[in-house]
Design a protein around this ligand. Sequence first.
Ligand SMILES: NC(=O)c1ccc[n+]([C@@H]2O[C@H](COP(=O)([O-])OP(=O)(O)OC[C@H]3O[C@@H](n4cnc5c(N)ncnc54)[C@H](OP(=O)(O)O)[C@@H]3O)[C@@H](O)[C@H]2O)c1
Length: 332
Amino acid sequence: MRYRKLGSSDLEVSEISLGSWLTYAGGVDADATRACTEAAFEAGINFFDTANVYGQGAAETAWGEILSAHPRDSYILATKVYFPMSDDPADQGLSPAQIAKQVDASLARLKTDYVDLYQAHRFDPTVAIEDTVEAFQKVVQQGKARHIGFSEWTPEQIQAAIDVAGPGMFVSSQPQYSMLWQAPETEVFGLCAAHGISQIVWSPLAQGVLTGKYRPGQPVPEGSRFASADMAVSKDLVYNDATLEAVQRLVPIAEEAGMSLPTLALAWILRRAVVASAITGASRPEQVHANAAASGVQLSDDLLTAIDQALGDAPVTGPTLAPAAQPGVRHR
Ligand SMILES: NC(=O)c1ccc[n+]([C@@H]2O[C@H](COP(=O)([O-])OP(=O)(O)OC[C@H]3O[C@@H](n4cnc5c(N)ncnc54)[C@H](OP(=O)(O)O)[C@@H]3O)[C@@H](O)[C@H]2O)c1
C-alpha cells in the first residue's frame, strides 16, 4: 500500500481507504463488518471514513467497537456532520450548536477522544458561513478533530469558506468521483489544488458497477448491493444502460492490460495527484484485498486513451451537484 499526504495536513493516508456508508450501517452483518475492517488493516489501509448519519450512528458504533481495539495512532479516522439525526428540525445542518453536539456524539460512538478529519457532509446555506467556520475551528481548538474537510461543496461555497477561514483550515474535499462520475474534474479539483486541499473520493467503483458484475439486459446478481432495496438507495446515480454498456467495453481493455476491472477503475482514479485516497466500500474481506491491490498500479497514456474511448458519453461530467447538495452561501 502506498500513502499520500492529505492536503496541507501532516496526515499520510493510504491510497485506498475504507468507507462504511451502506455496508457497516447495517447492510452487512457484524461479522462481515469486522472481517472487512480487519482485512483493511492487513492490506495496509490506514484511513477509515464514516459519518454520524450512516445508520443514524450505527456505522460509527460498529467501528467504535472494532477500531478501538487497535492502537489509536495506527488508523486515521474521518467522520462527518450535516444530515438529519432525528425528526427534530434543529437536529441537522451546520449550525454551531449542531456541530458542537454532533462531534461529541460521534466521538462517544467511535470510542475515541478525537477524529483526524471532521467533515461537513454537505454545505448548509441556511447558516452563515462565518458561523460554520468558527464552529469547526472550535472543534479543532478543543482537540476533538485534528483537521477539517468538506464533501460536495460547490466551487462558490468552497471559495466563500476559504475566504472566511483563510489558508490551511480545510485539508480535504470529498466528492463522488469515478470513471462514470467525472463531474468534480471540471472545477472542484483545480480550485482545491490551488488551496492545498486534497480529494478523497467516494463511490470510486460506482457502487460496484465498475466491477462489471452488473450486465446490460440481465438481472441484478443476487447478493450484490443493487439486489437489496435498502442498499439500492442511490442506484440511479450510476446504474443505467449507458454505464453498464460502457463498463462491458472496459472488460477487454482490463484483460489486455493484465489487471482486474476494479484495479483498472481505482488506478484510473489514483492517476490524479490531486486525489489522496479512493474511499472504497466492501461487503466482503476479499473485496478489500482486491481493491487494495490497485495502489501503485500505473496506467500508460495509451491505456488511458483506450479507457476514454470505451467510456464514450457515459460518464457524468460538468459541475453537477450530488444528491442533497444545495447551491448558495449565506453571510452574517
Ligand atoms: N460524502 C458523501 O456524500 C458520500 C456518499 C457516498 C459514499 N461515501 C463514502 O464513500 C464510501 C464508499 O462508497 P461506496 O460503498 O459506494 O464505494 P464503492 O467502492 O464504489 O462501492 C462499494 C461496493 O461495491 C462492491 N464491491 C467493492 N469492491 C468490489 C470488488 N472488488 N468486487 C466486486 N464487488 C465489489 C460491494 O458491493 P456488493 O458486494 O454488495 O455488491 C461494495 O459494497 C462510503 O462507505 C462512504 O464512506 C461518501
